[in-house]
Design a protein around this ligand. Sequence first.
Ligand code: SF4
Length: 231
Amino acid sequence: MDFVGMEKLSLVDFDDNLTATLFMAGCPFRCPFCHNGDLVLHPEKAEPIPFEEVLTYLKKRQGVLDAVCITGGEPTLMPDLEDKIRAIRDLGYKIKLDSNGFQPHVLENLIGKGLLDYVAMDIKNCPEKYDLTIGTHVDLDLIERSIRLLMNSGIDYEFRTTTIEEFHSEEDIEKLARWIQGASRYFLQKYIDSENCIQHYFHAISPQKADRYLQIVRKYVPNAQLRGFDD
Ligand code: SF4
């Protein structure tokens, strides 16, 4: 399975690292606010990039770029993800993986083999509103396993929630925060509509509401932060 997109330089994906971002197509979730609607709904239409081409670019940028972010879609669906990560790491790059957490066994395997430097996992909502928020059904035991796995893994990770006026109440945020109590890093992210979103009927929460939510979350995750609300 090939990647279907490459952002050659990103300054925002992985802390201070100069990062190239690789996209794969396909995801079992249908989050209506998803920014990669084409990759999720029509993976068959995405143009594959031969992996050799990716490696050629990364070889040219050795010593310039620091890291590669693998995102989606849902990258844990790639059958040969481990091989691809190994090939990229062999060039000296750090690896950040984005995931919705529905395949804890894949994360466990990669973490166990020391192949990941950072994982960013979405926590879409409190357990009671998970299915509503992702537009389909997921076995919450899988999400729970990924949460505990990351919290006990010893590697750097973050949890993050894209906050949507229509989906997240104060009560939901409190339940969500209690679920991930003790996490080392958590972000409440601002929702921004874009052309490629699956649906367009949603609204960002106000900066004032974001501040209130942050205070709630910090009772459980003291290091929680806002992301994207300061522009
Ligand atoms: S936001 Fe992430 S988990 Fe949701 S549909 Fe898009 S790629 Fe999948």
